[in-house]
Design a protein around this ligand. Structure first.
Ligand code: GLN
Length: 485
C-alpha cells in the first residue's frame, strides 16, 4: 500500500479492501523501520494516529466518509498541532506544545485525515538543505548508492524525504523562498506553492509574513490537488488570506493542454544552469509541445535582483517575527537568569542556531535608522519591479516553465560554510515569492542519477491550471513514479 497515491489509497479505503487502522499501522511500521536512515520526522504521534484511524473507520462505517477519511499524511513541524509538540526545527521551541491548531491542521482534522507526525525542517524554515535543524540534518533517499549522503533540499526537507522514501503519501509544507519546490525537486516528488493568501497562515509559525505560504507535497499532481482542496480558503483568523471561492482542484485535471501558452523566461536558462540540467528541462518542455502547448521565450528583466531583494526583506521580517521568542511567554528559557536582560540575551543566544542569528542580525541592521532607506526600502522597490515582470509576462502566456534549482541534490556539508552559496540555491524560486504568484515543482528527469524538477509558474490564483498542466505531464511521463534504490 505504501507505493500508492492518496487518490488510490482513498479508493482502497472506499472499497473496503483495507481499513485506516491497517493502513496507518503499515506506514507507522515503515517509519519505525526506515526513518533512522533519513531523520525525516521530528515527532511520530503513534497513539494519536491509531486512535484517529479507528475513528476514521467508524466514520466510514457510519457512511460519513470523504476522500481524506482515514488517509495517513504528516505535517511540517511549522504548523501548530493542538497538544502535539511543534518545534519549527529549533531548540527555541523544542518544548513547545501549542494549545491550538493551525487552520491548516484543523482543516485536515475535519477532513478525517490521519496525521502520523511532524516532519523535520530547517530551523524556522531558514535554509535550502535541511542542515540547520536543531534535530539534525535530513538525508535524501536518493543518491546513497556510493555511501554519500545528500541533502533533501529545504526547508521542507523532512516532508519531501518522507514522501520520496514512501514513509507517507503526502505532507504539508511551506514556501517562503522555495522551500516547497526545491526539496520537491531534489527528492523527485511533486510540490505546489499556492498564491500568497490562498492558504491561511494562522498557526503557521511566521518567518517572513509577506512571503510565507503553506502548500502541498505528494508524489502526484492529483494528490496535490486533493490536498489543496482541503487547505485553500479564506480564514477570518488571517487577514491576508484571500476571500475568493475555492474551485474543486481535481475537476480540471483532465483538461487538454492544446493551445496552452508556455513562456520560457530567458533569464532562467542562463550560465547558472549546467548543460545537463538545461537539457532535461528542455526535454520536459518538448513533452508539453507534444501535448499541444505553444512555447515561446519571454523575459523577466529584474530576475537577477531577486536574491538580493529577498535576502533583505525576508531577514527584516524575520527579525521582527522572531523577537517574540524571549524566554518570557513560552519556548526555551536559559538556566538561572541573573536579571531580565540576562534572560533575554542568553535565552536567544542559546535557543537560536547560527543561520537564524545571521538572519536576525542582517534584518535588524537593514531596518535600523540610517540604513532603512538604503536596504529595506530599496528592496521593496525592487520587489515591486519583480512583481511587474510577472504581470507583464502573463499578458502573453498562461504559464512559465523553468528549472527549480541550479543543480540536483548536493552532498551534505558541501554548502554550509558559505551562506551566499546556499542562498544561490534559491535563484530560480525566490522571485515567485516576491511576486506572490503560485508555482509547482514536477519531477522531470534525472541528472547524474538524481531527480530534477520542472518549475511551472502561474498567474495569481491559477493553481487549477498548474495542477492540470502537471497532471497531464504525469500521464505521459513516469518520472514521478521512480523509486530511490
Ligand atoms: N531557502 C530560502 C531561505 O533560506 C527559502 C526558505 C523557505 O522558503 N522557507 O530563506
Amino acid at each position: 500500500m505504501h507505493n500508492k497515491s492518496v487518490a488510490e489509497l482513498a479508493r482502497e479505503l472506499e472499497s473496503g479492501k483495507i481499513s485506516s487502522v491497517e493502513l496507518t499501522r503499515e506506514f507507522l511500521d515503515r517509519i519505525k523501520a526506515e526513518d533512522s536512515q533519513y531523520n525525516s520526522f521530528i515527532t511520530v504521534t503513534e497513539d494519536q494516529a491509531m486512535a484517529d484511524a479507528k475513528a476514521a473507520d467508524e466514520q466510514r462505517a457510519a457512511g460519513k466518509a470523504g476522500v481524506w477519511t482515514g488517509v495517513p499524511f504528516a505535517h511540517k513541524d511549522i504548523f501548530c498541532t493542538n497538544g502535539i509538540a511543534t518545534t519549527c526545527g529549533s531548540r527555541m521551541l523544542a518544548n513547545f506544545v501549542p494549545p491550538y491548531d493551525a487552520t491548516v491542521t484543523a482543516n485536515f482534522r475535519a477532513a478525517g485525515a490521519v496525521c502520523l507526525g511532524k516532519t523535520n525542517m530547517d530551523e524556522f524554515a531558514m535554509g535550502s538543505s535541511n542542515e540547520s535543524s536543531y534535530f539534525g540534518p535530513v538525508t535524501n533517499p536518493w543518491g546513497r548508492s556510493n555511501g554519500e549522503k545528500r541533502v533533501p533540499g529545504g526547508s521542507s526537507g523532512g516532508s519531501a524525504a518522507a514522501i520520496a522514501a514512501r514513509l507517507i503519501p503526502a505532507a504539508t509544507a511551506t514556501d517562503t523562498g522555495g522551500s516547497i519546490r526545491q526539496p520537491a525537486a531534489l527528492c523527485g516528488i511533486t510540490g505546489l506553492k499556492p498564491t500568497y493568501g490562498r492558504v491561511s497562515r494562522f498557526g503557521m509559525i511566521a518567518f517572513a509574513s509577506s512571503l510565507d505560504q503553506g502548500g502541498t507535497m505528494a508524489r502526484t499532481a492529483e494528490d496535490n490537488a486533493l490536498m489543496l482542496n482541503v487547505m485553500a480558503g479564506v480564514d477570518p483568523q488571517d487577514s491576508t488570506s484571500a476571500d475568493r471561492s475555492v474551485p474543486d482542484y481535481t475537476a480540471t485535471l483532465n483538461e487538454p493542454l492544446k493551445g496552452l501558452r508556455v513562456g520560457l523566461p530567458k533569464e532562467y536558462f542562463s550560465d547558472q544552469l549546467s548543460p545537463a540540467m538545461e537539457q532535461q528541462v528542455r526535454n520536459a518542455v518538448k513533452e508539453y509541445e507534444k501535448l499541444g502547448a505553444i512555447v515561446k521565450e519571454v523575459s523577466l528583466p529584474h530576475a537577477n535582483l531577486a536574491i538580493a531583494a529577498y535576502y533583505v526583506i525576508a531577514p527584516a521580517e524575520a527579525s521582527a517575527n522572531l523577537s517574540r521568542f524571549d524566554g518570557v511567554r513560552y519556548g526555551y528559557r536559559c538556566e538561572n537568569p541573573q536579571d531580565l536582560n540576562d534572560m533575554y540575551t542568553r535565552t536567544r543566544a542559546e535557543g537560536f542556531g547560527g543561520e537564524v542569528k545571521r538572519r536576525i542580525l542582517v534584518g535588524t541592521y537593514a531596518l535600523s535608522a540610517g540604513y532603512f532607506d538604503a536596504y529595506y526600502l530599496k528592496a521593496q522597490k525592487v520587489r515591486r519591479l519583480i512583481q511587474q515582470d510577472f504581470i507583464n509576462a502573463f499578458k502573453d502566456v498562461d504559464v512559465l516553465m523553468s528549472p527549480v534549482s541550479p543543480s540536483p541534490a548536493f552532498v551534505q556539508g558541501e554548502k554550509t560554510s558559505d551562506p551566499v552559496t546556499m542562498y544561490l540555491e534559491d535563484i530560480f524560486t525566490i522571485a515567485v515569492n516576491l511576486a506572490g504568484v503560485p508555482a509547482m515543482s514536477v519531477p522531470a528527469g534525472f541528472v547524474d542519477g538524481l531527480p530534477i524538477g520542472l518549475q511551472i509558474i502561474g498567474n495569481y490564483f491559477d493553481e487549477a491550471r498548474l495542477l492540470n498542466a502537471a497532471h497531464q505531464f504525469q500521464q505521459v511521463t513516469d518520472w514521478h513514479q521512480k523509486l530511490p534504490q
